[in-house]
Write a protein that binds this ligand. Sequence first.
Ligand SMILES: [Zn+2]
Ligand SMILES: [Zn+2]
Length: 442
Amino acid sequence: MRFQAAPRPGLLEYSFAKNARKAENFRVDPISLAQKLLSAGPICDHCLGRRFALLPGKLENFERGNLLRTALGFSAVPAESCWVCGGVFLRVPFWAEKAWELARDYEFKTFLFGVHLSPRLEAAEEFLGEEFPSPWAEPIRRHLNRSLGQAFERCLQREGRAASVDYARPDIQFLVDIEKDAVLLQVNPAIFYGRYRKLVRGIAQTSWTCPHCRGKGCEVCGGTGKLSTTSVEELVVPVFLEATGGTGGSLHGAGREDADARMLGRGRPFLLTVENPRRRRIDLAWVAAEVQRRSEGAVELLDLQPATPELEEKVKRGKFAKRYRARVILAAPVSQETWERALLGLVGEIAQRTPARVRHRRADLVRKKRVFSAQGRLLSQTEAELELTCEAGLYVKELISGDQDGTKPSLTELLGVEAKVAELDVLDILDEPGVVDQKEGG
Ligand SMILES: [Zn+2]
Ligand SMILES: [Zn+2]
């Protein structure tokens, strides 16, 4: 594997053509530029070659430097005396070794190096650019990052391990601070995707830290430091931490249901983030089985897999139509005919003011939301079962109760009898595109 992704041929040709034009403006040719550089003071082959990095050919910078220097009859200088870098490339194997020591206990398939240049190096690089302009030059930062990556790969090979550079989402990252001669390791989180089913009532999705004690434990929270008794997050995260050896974790759902509502069907999509994971390729079937066992069947995990950017985007967007089942209690007897007419009236656009119970945390607005379908039956004259398909963000409890005319129309309004949700289940999260449109059409 090459450390640096090779530029696409077209791009290289283009940049070479562009650079050749620039070279004309500079009125330089590589030989006379090299001559000028070598005559200016002691310079190492890395720094000499770096001025010609973009010239065609598959040579490393120090090889180009070596060729030019010997061709022009100059002898090598000790790297420490290089007026540009002061021998910084001599430290590369040491830093790579240090990086390996920091990372050896972690599982990773991708990595990335970054360097924090010393002010001296920054200044020397700037001076080099001003006094010895070259259309083929590579910045020292990129040169160092690549050299570090190559040296790190040699460490990995020696240890029988392999990993490649990833600029976008590396598993681990190193920062080499040249001034401090230090290497820092950052282990990026492991993110998993899955869907959870919540088969009993009274479990929140996540636990809320007690605002009175900020998690320390006080009288308000009964010493637990949090406000809900149990949450899906609390049941799931420890199992992931055990599997990955991570130091912390959190669950982020695509929306959330109330603690007293069950989450059935195919479950709700979520992301599970593990901080500082030592292992990334974990036995997800074991995780699912363990969560089910420890929660005594209250929580089930489906479809577990490492998260991709697409899945992350989907969960974070999190606005999906849903199918609900509600058991509804009616304050007075209702006839079959009234019931059926009310169901018809419920389908369509609903004007819903932010419910009283959430106004403390959401802006007080009237939102237009759609009910795509409403079906149901009277179980008795004062009890009914209702199945609804609703647009994302519609509050079902208020759709039934009317929320003191905050939601219009509502089942209460349409029946002329006060209706209240006794039990609510989310039957499905319609996160595949087109599902709702089909329902609307039908
Ligand atoms: Zn140098
Ligand atoms: Zn507290």
